[in-house]
Design a protein around this ligand. Structure first.
Ligand SMILES: NC(=O)c1ccc[n+]([C@@H]2O[C@H](COP(=O)([O-])OP(=O)(O)OC[C@H]3O[C@@H](n4cnc5c(N)ncnc54)[C@H](O)[C@@H]3O)[C@@H](O)[C@H]2O)c1
Length: 317
């Protein structure tokens, strides 16, 4: 049985579905908080609960974990995500991400769980320069906000837990993941919703921020390959980028969404937010070599899949 934290969240939900479809027993936990539409989280959970090999418990990981189960691995996705919310509620990043991950690591140590996959983020690269894409071996000491600080801290805590204990951890640095059942606080969803509801979109930095958008099925594939890797590797601690390696402006993203919805957006061009990174782009040499990760879904194809899902989802609401 595997423990998946944040199973009602976007990535945790898709990973849980994949494991369940492969016949694995999945124990999911989540606190179902109200950071974004709780209904979306409940709907994801409802889909998971239909599978007979799925168990769920509502748990807040900012408190020490008490679970009487044996787990072969933990996939840790629960966190307070988002960059803009760091200004509004910085404490939630300390409690859910730093204390939360500490509680997961302590739980793993006490229960002798050897294999952990932990969600990190492209945000850790902060003000680093991009040469040939961000590389895992770059020093990450220029975080732009507390979200980034919390993810760097999670990686550092993971390193020391693997150093002191018989434990293997892979930290996966995700790059702007999008797709069906995606997060309403992220650009792909927000743009789609604003166009559909004829609301204004604020394009920060005049639409010239660049992101390495990664489609969810590529991320799930990367997680599954990491799961196979961690069981056979002798290395205690590994960091891997899970991106797409191409980078597109938010203007281009908006164009793709407009094309699919066949509607023009109402746009207000605004200066950049200080907490927002200007450009992300992953270098995938290490992850390709180590786990044979090979993202396949282009932005055009991925956005089409997202808008198709969005239209159907909103109609059913
Ligand atoms: N989606 C992306 O583009 C992206 C990019 C980089 C990193 N990440 C990381 O990947 C992970 C998953 O992200 P996501 O996009 O699925 O986010 P999400 O918000 O959809 O999922 C996170 C889930 O964790 C739960 N959670 C939060 N705090 C909790 C707590 N204290 N106790 C228990 N559950 C709690 C939430 O209710 C939510 O369901 C996060 O760690 C995030 O930081 C995501």
């Amino acid at each position: 049985m595997v423990l998946i934290t944040g199973c009602a969240g976007f990535i945790g939900f898709h990973v849980a579905l994949k494991f369940l479809s492969q016949g694995k027993l999945v124990f999911g936990i989540d606190n179902l908080n109200k950071y974004y539409d709780q209904d979306l989280k409940k709907k994801r959970l409802k889909i998971l609960k239909k599978k007979k090999n799925f168990k769920f418990k509502k748990i807040d990981i900012s408190k020490p974990l008490k679970l009487n189960q044996e787990f072969e691995a933990i996939l840790h996705f629960a966190a307070q995500p988002g960059v803009r919310y760091t200004i509004e509620n910085p404490f939630s990043y300390l409690s859910s991400n730093i204390v939360g991950t500490f509680n997961i690591l302590e739980f793993a140590k006490k229960n002798r769980i050897k294999n952990l996959i932990i969600a990190s983020s492209s945000s850790v690269y902060g003000l680093n320069k991009i040469k040939n894409g961000f590389k895992e071996n770059q020093l990450v000491d220029k975080p732009m906000q507390i979200y980034s600080v919390s993810k760097i801290t999670n990686e550092l805590m993971s390193f020391s837990y693997t150093y002191l204990n018989n434990m293997k951890i892979v930290a996966l640095r995700f790059f702007s993941v999008y797709g069906p059942w995606g997060r309403p606080d992220m650009a792909v969803y927000k743009f789609c919703e604003a166009i559909s509801k004829k609301k204004k979109i604020e394009l920060y930095n005049n639409g010239n921020n660049f992101r390495d958008y990664t489609y969810i099925s590529d991320v799930v594939d990367g997680v599954i390959k990491t799961f196979k890797y961690i069981k056979k590797t002798k290395k205690n601690f590994t960091i891997l980028n899970l991106g797409n390696s191409k980078t597109y402006s938010t203007k281009r993203l908006l164009f793709e969404i407009e094309k699919n919805l066949n509607k023009k957006a109402k746009v207000r061009f605004t200066p950049n937010l200080r907490e927002d990174i200007l450009k992300t782009k992953s270098n995938l040499s290490k992850v390709r070599k180590l786990i044979n990760y090979n993202p396949k879904v282009s932005l055009t194809v991925g956005i089409k899949k997202f808008t198709d899902w969005y239209i159907e989802y909103v109609q059913k609401k």
